[in-house]
Design a protein around this ligand. Structure first.
Ligand code: AMP
Ligand code: MG
Length: 374
């Protein structure tokens, strides 16, 4: 079974090294990891193969690096030309999104906002602001992009990790109030109303980017494709022979392997986990998903949350949120929003919980039979 999974799960890249967008801010005493912007039209190393499917004989894929993460885009097409155009347009969009919304590309709109307190966002930034407001409201403030000053205090933006003292956290918590961010959705003007505030889209950007890429594939008349943006998977349609794609879910104890697989079509599969970015200090482990109520890494008994949803932005923001909520809170949340998503939870004892609609598509491997809710 393990072997079978491994051979099937070609596309589910490890996210262990690339859990979030880096978010340094230029303030005295804090090292900033500045990055050059991407060349948006750069040449890509596209791999073409025969697909063995008569209707869509070309399989094409490309690997690239954007949003501080490895991304793999794959699709089936009628011709090499069609595949090439779709992949080039998709890559261009991913580089453009990073150029506009990275916290460490010094020409980005987000860098401008975080260093000067105001900026103008173009369409992608406006979309992400609007969605972030929606999910902030829907999650009672647990999904909060204004958590940035606290993420920074823990060193997750620079990889210079540290455990901030309570005084520091208490000072920063009021600055992480999303209501203090002013946003005009018509003009795209964003203002941080207090010193040392900041935002970062690390908890939602990859889901948003996957939605954008699927739209671009569709605009190029691509009907079958698969993306893995740092382990966040999005599926366009099904395989050309009508069978589903198989997506592995990483084992939090060993992110190179998978504890289960989901066979799915036309949907996104997005995971948040404590193993994706963390550090150790005095024998304790601290990870990158911050509970905005405490300013500390969420500690509610879960190791990972995988959200299966039609909407990548929603899946990304809910994965982060439900990780914070813990198992019982996540199940309550699902009961209220079950028309929007399904989920797979893994707790600290490797116990797996899945929502009922997923059961027919779920194949267990290492962690045994899941508890099924719903
Ligand atoms: P994800 O990997 O999607 O769960 O996102 C985690 C990243 O989102 C972190 O590295 C932070 O940059 C950011 N983040 C951490 N805590 C939160 C939160 N409560 N709400 C929104 N974004 C967060
Ligand atoms: Mg997320």
């Amino acid at each position: 079974m393990k072997k079978k999974l491994a051979s099937l799960l070609l596309f589910s890249l490890s996210v262990s090294l690339f859990g979030c967008m880096n978010t340094p801010q230029e303030k005295p005493g804090i090292e900033v990891e500045k990055r050059e912007k991407h060349e948006e039209d750069q040449a890509l190393n596209i791999i073409f193969e025969d697909s063995d499917f008569e209707t869509l004989p070309i399989k094409a894929s490309v690997d690239l690096f954007a949003m501080d993460t490895v991304m793999q885009l794959s699709l089936y097409a009628k011709t090499q030309e069609q595949a090439k155009k779709a992949l080039e347009a998709a890559a261009k969009e991913l580089f453009r999104l990073d150029n506009e919304l990275s916290t460490n590309i010094t020409t980005s709109q987000l860098y401008q906002l975080n260093t000067t307190g105001s900026a103008h966002f173009d369409q992608a930034g406006k979309d992400l602001m609007k969605q972030s407001i929606t999910y902030y409201q829907k999650t009672d403030g647990l999904f909060n992009i204004a958590i940035y000053p606290i993420v920074k205090a823990w060193g997750f933006t620079t990889n210079h990790y540290q455990v901030p003292d309570t005084k520091t956290i208490n000072k920063l918590l009021p600055l992480s109030d999303f209501n203090l961010v002013k946003f005009d959705e018509n003009t795209g003007e964003v203002t941080l109303t207090k010193e040392a505030m900041g935002i970062d889209f690390g908890g939602i950007a990859k889901g948003y980017a996957s939605d954008r890429v699927l739209e671009i594939f569709k605009a190029h008349k691509i009907s079958s494709g698969l993306l893995s943006l740092g382990g966040n998977v999005a599926l366009l349609g099904e395989k050309p022979n009508g069978s589903p794609f198989v997506v592995g879910i990483q084992n939090p104890n060993d992110p190179q392997s998978y504890f289960a697989a989901l066979s799915l079509k036309d949907i996104s599969v997005i995971t948040s986990g404590d193993y994706q970015r963390f550090f150790e200090d005095k024998g304790k482990t601290y990870h990158h998903i911050i509970d905005p109520r405490t300013g500390k890494p969420a500690n509610n008994g879960l190791r990972s949350v995988t959200i299966v949803s039609k909407n990548g932005s929603l899946g990304d923001s809910y994965a982060t949120t439900l990780f914070i909520l813990g198992k019982d809170g996540a199940i309550d949340f699902w009961q209220k929003h079950k028309n929007e998503f399904d989920m797979v939870l893994v707790d600290k004892d490797n116990k797996v919980t899945i929502t009922k609609p997923l059961a027919p598509f779920y194949e267990e491997n290492d962690f045994g039979a899941p508890e099924i809710v719903g």
